[in-house]
Write a protein of this length. Structure first.
Length: 157
């Protein structure tokens, strides 16, 4: 099996939803059995809007209780957190190009079992099309069913 097939897809937000002055409704990701999580945040049309919150929180259960922001995933931090290229992370906003994505990598080892993307779109003159998903990898045991991989169907060519 190809190692890229040894992953699980988790939808975090509804696909391509326009947001304005709202915290995104997200689905908590259960990382049980996986060592790594990659959150992908995709921006469609960015119409004069920006984010005021963007981070990943870890929690002890799926209800959202006992949350803590994971170090180095807080784009709004004033701590000068850097991206992998050495640049300082900045909140996506009006200068963010439409149809671009960002990725947040999380090493799940030593973290709480449940992760949640926190994102809030500011109240500005426009909306922001945002969707997100998580790709879990390095499973202790490979998921072998479509449902186990987070899909309704899987085709292989």
């Amino acid at each position: 099996m190809n190692t890229h097939q040894n992953t699980k897809f988790a939808s975090v937000t509804p696909a391509a939803t326009a947001h304005d002055n709202v915290a995104l409704t997200t689905t908590v990701v259960d990382t049980l059995g996986f060592d790594y999580a990659q959150f992908y945040v995709y921006f469609g049309a960015v119409n004069a809007s920006s984010l005021s919150v963007l981070n990943i929180s870890e929690m002890t259960d799926s209800t959202g209780a006992n949350t803590a922001i994971i170090a180095n995933t807080n784009f709004a931090s004033t701590a000068g957190i850097t991206a992998i290229d050495g640049s300082t992370l900045v909140l996506p906003g009006t200068t963010t190009a439409s149809n671009t994505a960002l990725r947040i990598d999380v090493d799940c080892k030593g973290k709480e079992r449940y992760l949640d993307l926190k994102a809030t779109v500011d109240n500005t003159t426009g909306t922001m099309l945002v969707s997100a998903f998580c790709l879990l990898s390095r499973a202790g045991q490979a998921p072998i069913t479509e449902a186990g991989q987070g899909h309704s169907q899987v085709a292989r060519g």
